[in-house]
Every structure is written in C-alpha cells, then in structure tokens.
Design a protein around this ligand. Sequence first.
Ligand code: HEM
Length: 428
Amino acid sequence: MSSLPPRSFGLPLIGETLQFILDPQFVEKRYRKYGSVFKTRVLGKPAVFMVGSEAVEFLLSTGFENFSWRDGYPETFQKLLGRSLFVQEGEEHRRNRRLIMPAFHGAALARYFETMNKLINKYLLKWEQKRDFKWFEEFKQLTFEIASQIFLGIDSSDEAKRFSDLFATLTDGFFSFPSLPGSRFHKSAKARDEILAHLDRVIDQRREHPTDDALSLLIQAEDENGDRLTSEEIRVQALLLLFAGHETTTAMLTWLVLELARHPEVLELARSEQKEFDRTITLDQLTKMPYLDQVLNEVERLHPPVAGGFRGVIKPFEFAGYHVPQGWMAQYSILFTHRLPELYPNPEEFNVDRWKDTKQKPFSLIGFGGGSRICIGLAFAKLEMKLIAAHLLRNYAWDLLPNQSLEPVIIPTRRPKDGLKVRFQRVD
Ligand code: HEM
C-alpha cells in the first residue's frame, strides 16, 4: 500500500490547530515544502490538505464519492443549521437542491432585479449623506436587507435590523462549545429558534397568499415527479440561504471597491465600459460588461471570501501516490490554489488583464466551489455584485481614509482588518 502523505501531525490531540487558525501562511508554507498533498492534525482529527487544480478536481468532482460534506462541518453547524443543504448528502441533497435551484436562477433573478435595484439606490443615497463610513459594515447591512427582502419578503428596515441581530447571535454559535453550560452556543440556538418561528409564520402566510419572494417560489417548486418541499424542509433551507448568502457577498464587494481604489487605471477602464450603455441599468446590460467580468474574476481569485472547504473522508483513497484513510478530514484550499504561480504568473499582483482571452484550466478559479455542489447562490451573488458595481462606476467616487489597516483577517470572513474606511461622494 502507498504511504500516508508527508508532514507530521504536530502535538498530541490539538495537533497544529493553533497554527492553522493563527498563521495566514499555514497552507502556503507546507505546500512549498511538501507539495499539493500533505497531512496534519487540526480541530481534533488527522487531516489531509489538498492544493492545486488537480487535487481540487479530485475532491470536488472525480473522487467526490470518497467525501462527506456533513462530516466536514463541526457539530455546531449540524445542530444550528438543521437538515439543510450544507449537511445533506446523496439523494436527499440532490432532491432538495433540484427543488431550490430555480429560485436562484434564470426567470427568478429577473423577478428580483427591481427589488435589488431599489435597495441599492436607497443605500447609495444613505452613503452620499454619510460621506465617511466603514464599507464592510455598510455592505453587510445592504446584502442582508437584499437577502431578507428577496428571500423572505421582509420589507421594513426595522424588521431587517432585528433579523440581522438575531443572525449575528446565531453566527457566534458556530465556533463555540455546545457542551459547556452558558456557552455562546445556547444563546445562538435561542436566536435560531426565534428566526425559525418567524419563518414558520411567513411560510403559512405565503401558502395562503403567494408573493414574488424566493420563499413563495420554494413553496411552489415541484419536480418532474410532482414532489415538493415540506414546510420543515423550507424553513431550514431558508435559514441556511440567509446565512450563506450575505457575508460572503459583503466580503467580495469590499475587496472589489478596495482594489478599484488601489488601481485607478482599472477604475477608469471600468468606468468607460459603463459609458457605452443607456443611463438606466437593465438586467440585459449587465450581461454585456466583459471588462467588469474580468475585474470580478480577479477579485474572486485574489480575495476569495471562503478560504477553503472541509470534508470528512468516508472511503479511503489514493491520490498523487499517497494513501488517505477513512475517518480523516480533507480540506481543499481555495485561497492558495488561486495563488499558485503555475496557474497564475505573479500571483500576488492584482492583474485584470490575465482574464483577457485566457482559456481557464478546470478547477483553477474556485471561489464558489465547484462540481455538483458548486455554490447555489453563484448567479444571484454575481447579479448583486455587478449591479452594485455598475451604479458605483457610473456615479460615484471614493477615497481610502488614512490611519487604517487593510491587512486581511481571515475569520469569520476574509476582509480588510479595519472594515475599509472610505470617503464617498457622487460625481455625475
Ligand atoms: C460572493 C458570494 C459567495 C461566495 C464567494 C460563496 C462561496 C461558496 C463556496 C466556496 C461554496 C462551496 C463550499 C464548499 O465546497 O465547501 C458555497 C456553497 C453554497 N453557497 Fe455560496 N457563496 C456566495 C454567495 C452565496 C449566496 C448569495 C447564497 C444563497 C443564495 C449561497 C448559498 C450557498 C449554499 C446553499 C451552498 C451549499 C451548496 C450545496 O451544498 O449544494 N452562497 N458558496
């Protein structure tokens, strides 16, 4: 039998958990020394880390059957998020995903466009009046309001704020210890129960009177066998979609405006592209902005909000001449795969031109994951980010304020340390 991947497990029990959490170069250092597959011990388990497009393709696609999503997440996720897509496997996952998918693609996105546009305009006006602010916090409020209105039809800012606070408490519990009395986990579970109780009421209302929101689409969704989601399935999936959908988009938007401020030549070209269109932004226009697409690809490459994905190994496998036993964890690295010089020359450089006419290697741009479990909100997030970008490029200017750290922090979402303080103004 082949040998285990290289590198040591570190200390007994805790292994290298502290280094993994504290050292931003954890994966990079080990990759440089041992190559695309190496072992360690983190979060209480032996783990294999997989870097590079071939390794990622194996984990997300060709060797998919060896891995479990559910076993890759800490028990807090399973307890707090219930039986939602994140922790579903096999036929149960396929069935739920097939029924949820239409609410986040094609005709549904067209239905959401006006609501999204209206909320973006509201925030642009607010930012104009505020002038100086931390953009990460502002984007977070905006993306949450968009998600809560479009997914659940919540159309008052006060209610969105109450929901957003409940979500902040819920999110705190993901990295806590359920068995410790008084731990954050218990507060978090209480917040989750309040959100679910609200969702139950809205689901009942929507069954009586369907509207244009995603929840109504989930209630009506039917597959080719006439199968539908139950209310219990809808409430946990809606909770997950709200959770997964806003902080990731917030982080990518923050890096987008930061990189545009750092690269005036890119900002100018992106502004010129917008001048080719009529004044009123339409859904159709957004599909015809190749330069903005290049900019967004480069932001996704250099600043993926999700640094990597964990799985449980449910069947032993061989990869690159190494043997990985059942019961281990596996992590595919998004952040570091995007920074491999063999895939992206001068990887640390923000270079929009690298996306001009290049044929991309499969599984080399994986900010939204890949394979059959690729992010279900990809089209929704891209629409939202492009619409916000188009408004900003057409009518606004922003400068970075002094005395702030732009260094990335990774947990809970990768973003500039001080939240990106800017001065904002209208410039038509
Ligand atoms: C820029 C924004 C976003 C980024 C970077 C992002 C990133 C990701 C990534 C990397 C994964 C795969 C994780 C893994 O393989 O372990 C994923 C899965 C997922 N995302 Fe997103 N996401 C974004 C926006 C959204 C939005 C807006 C929604 C909801 C509408 C959403 C819902 C989900 C769900 C439900 C999954 C699990 C899919 C499944 O298992 O079938 N995401 N996302």
